[in-house]
Design a protein around this ligand. Structure first.
Ligand SMILES: [Zn+2]
Length: 481
């Protein structure tokens, strides 16, 4: 795919639905052209399911879209490797916490790589950041937000009047003063929550001013996000299940400790259901990526399905919707192949040719404005298929010339920077490239410049750029898009 950059829209506004305040905002980052993004990562106690993967793909699309605009992104995704679930899992498996979580960390990275999720800048582990968590608890203690009970430290929600502003729970309806020690609980159980939990026999623990223990899950994300992104940053994401209590508690802890605003925009991905029902192991409709690929070995189709439904809508996974996604990916791929054939064929321009520049510009602006509208992927995809229909029709009637095809290829590459469903260019072997350079030099000696140019174009279509220098011809890979 030819490298192609759209005119930069860096620094402009992106329309996003902020869960905080439940409204659409036209957002520009705190630092011009640079988004700081925290994405809650997996709890590494099992292999993630396709519902979790939907959230990770949504975050990847968000990241890719901001980058495609020409902005810079610093994304941090934590790995929760100590909490109630990981500790329970390690105890049941009879292995150390580190040994238990390591294999699920590997499985997670393998899954997101198969779905072509681009890596974040950082993947901090909770167990590497306990001193930072202790520091936050200490700051909360100094500001009067905590109390101790039997070696554990709790956040007193009554000391934070804005508690509930993200999830919309009504503090007046709650029974204050009761505590909850569990990391996860329901909205009906709005209570003071644990920042630090006293060690139980056999549990992994760390020393602290309050004795041996371990952090609560929520404080982990406050500590790791603020360490790497600063105490006030742009976007925080997760699944809708994270809104309460996890993100509500993160706000209380972070703003309680610093005394100022924590995050500007909160984005939450809706649930994925299977055949219209909540996934559950007992119903037999609980799928990991391996389960899905065992039945249909097409990770790009899975990625396409996960991103094709707007992130704020429930996604219904069925084998039929997956087949539909596979067909859509195939349409994009076969158009890409046809376009590259026209590029290689060297068809000259002629009167009445397909107006590629004009159509591609219109397509790019429609695609980008769909994505700028709270990541409206159906709108962006509709623009893509409309463009591909026009290009296919032009190829059928022979009105697409090679220059036009190169423009179409660039436009398709522009869309795929966000979609990530086209196969990457196959690796080219250096020996093969040297052979083609030799053939090109030979053609130039014969003064067959048409052949020499044809070889240059052929290599360029494979992502190899030639440079003729006084010392001979050098080659390099075109920089990654
Ligand atoms: Zn989190």
């Amino acid at each position: 795919m030819e490298e192609d950059r759209a005119p930069s829209r860096a620094g402009g506004l992106v329309r996003l639905h902020n869960t905080l305040g439940r409204r659409i905002v036209d957002y520009a980052p705190l630092e011009t052209g640079h988004y700081r993004l925290y994405t809650c990562g997996p709890t590494v106690y099992n292999v993630v399911h396709i519902g979790n993967l939907r959230t990770f793909v949504f975050e990847d699309v968000l990241r890719r879209h901001l980058l495609a605009r020409g902005d810079r992104v610093t994304q941090v995704m934590n790995l929760t490797d100590v909490d109630d679930k990981t500790i329970r899992g390690a105890q049941e498996a009879g292995v150390s916490l580190t040994e238990f979580t390591a294999k699920y960390v590997d499985a997670f990275f393998r899954d997101i790589a198969r779905l072509n999720v681009d890596p974040a800048e950082r993947y901090p582990k909770a167990t590497d950041h306990v001193p930072e968590m202790i520091d936050i608890i200490h700051r909360l203690q100094e500001r009067g937000h905590t109390y101790e009970s039997e070696g554990s430290v709790y956040f007193r929600i009554a000391t934070f009047p804005e508690y509930g502003k993200l999830s919309g729970i009504d503090l007046k309806q709650t029974r204050r003063g009761e505590r909850v020690a569990d990391d996860e609980y329901e909205k009906e159980d709005v209570k003071d929550f644990a920042l630090w939990k006293a060690a139980k026999p056999g549990e992994t623990s760390w020393p602290s001013p309050w004795g041996e223990g371990r952090p609560g899950w929520h404080v982990e994300c406050s500590a790791m996000s603020m360490k790497y992104l600063g105490e006030h940053f742009d976007i925080h994401t997760g699944a809708v299940d994270n809104i309460f209590p996890h993100h509500e508690n993160e706000i209380a802890q972070s703003e309680g400790a610093t005394g100022h605003r924590f995050v500007e925009v909160w984005l939450h991905a809706e649930h994925l259901v299977v055949d219209g029902e909540k996934m559950s192991k007992s119903k037999g409709n609980f799928y990991t990526l391996d389960d899905v690929l065992a039945r249909r070995d097409d990770p790009a189709a899975v990625r396409y399905l996960l991103l094709s439904v707007p992130y704020r809508k429930k996604l219904n996974f069925t084998w039929e919707t997956l087949a539909g996604a596979a067909a859509a990916v195939e349409r994009i791929r076969s158009a890409a192949v046809r376009i590259s054939e026209v590029v290689s064929a060297g068809t000259p321009a002629k009167p009445g040719a397909f107006p590629a520049e004009q159509r591609a510009a219109l397509f790019r602006s429609e695609f980008a404005s769909g994505m700028d509208d709270d990541l409206n992927t159906p709108e962006a995809l509709a623009a893509l298929f409309n463009f591909l229909r026009q290009v296919n029709a032009a190829i059928d009637e022979g009105s697409l010339d090679s220059d036009g095809a190169r423009v179409a290829e660039g436009a398709l590459g522009f869309a795929d920077r966000v979609l990530g469903v086209l196969p990457k260019a196959p690796e080219v072997l250096p020996a093969e490239i040297e052979e083609r350079i030799f053939a090109r030099n030979d053609a130039r000696r014969r003064r067959d410049f048409a052949e020499a140019d044809r070889i240059r174009d052929e290599l360029s279509a494979r992502g190899i750029v030639l440079e003729d220098t006084p010392g001979g011809t050098r080659w390099k890979k075109a920089s990654a898009v």
